[in-house]
Design a protein around this ligand. Structure first.
Ligand code: FE2
Length: 160
């Protein structure tokens, strides 16, 4: 009975659509969490000229990735799919390579960061193209993600 009442409050999507939308949101969620972890790792480990500027910029980026991950996760809940942001799930599902654990010179750190943000942006674009056939409201959420990532790419690249 509870299940039926809960389902009645969900947007009108078929089980198949719900599953596919949930999958695309979940894959985006884990990549945004992975970016936020990479951002902090670099925030702590960059060295060289321009340290303070990039150190502070990385914290702004981490905040933005965390905000976006929240928007994506809450969209999944809104369509009835529980998001999974647990550390082992992020490690398993995210396609992003981890950065090295060592200190890293700033130009190398910027290149590492740009490559990963660009990869995520490309994959999220593919996902929102797919969502355009299923659910425009979820597509809008992922478009917001790519708009933010592409602005970040411009700002990070400008430091090179
Ligand atoms: Fe800090």
């Amino acid at each position: 009975m509870t299940t039926i009442e809960t389902q009645a409050n969900l947007p009108a999507l078929s089980a198949h659509e719900r599953k596919e939308i949930g999958r695309l949101l979940q894959l985006t969620l884990v990549e945004l969490i992975a970016l936020s972890l990479i951002g902090k790792q670099l925030h702590w480990n960059i060295v060289g000229p321009g340290f303070r500027e990039l150190h502070l910029h990385l914290d702004e980026l981490v905040d933005e990735w965390r905000e976006l991950s929240d928007v994506v996760a809450e969209r999944a809940v809104a369509i009835g799919v529980p998001p999974d942001g647990r550390a082992p799930t992020v490690a398993e599902q995210s396609e992003l390579d981890p950065v090295d654990a060592d200190a890293v010179q700033i130009p190398a750190a910027v290149r590492e960061l740009v490559r990963r943000v660009a990869e995520v942006d490309e994959r999220v674009r593919d996902r929102w193209v797919r969502l355009g056939e299923i659910d425009l409201t979820s597509q809008d959420v992922l478009i917001e993600v790519t708009r933010a990532l592409e602005k970040q790419l411009w700002m990070i690249r400008s430091q090179l």
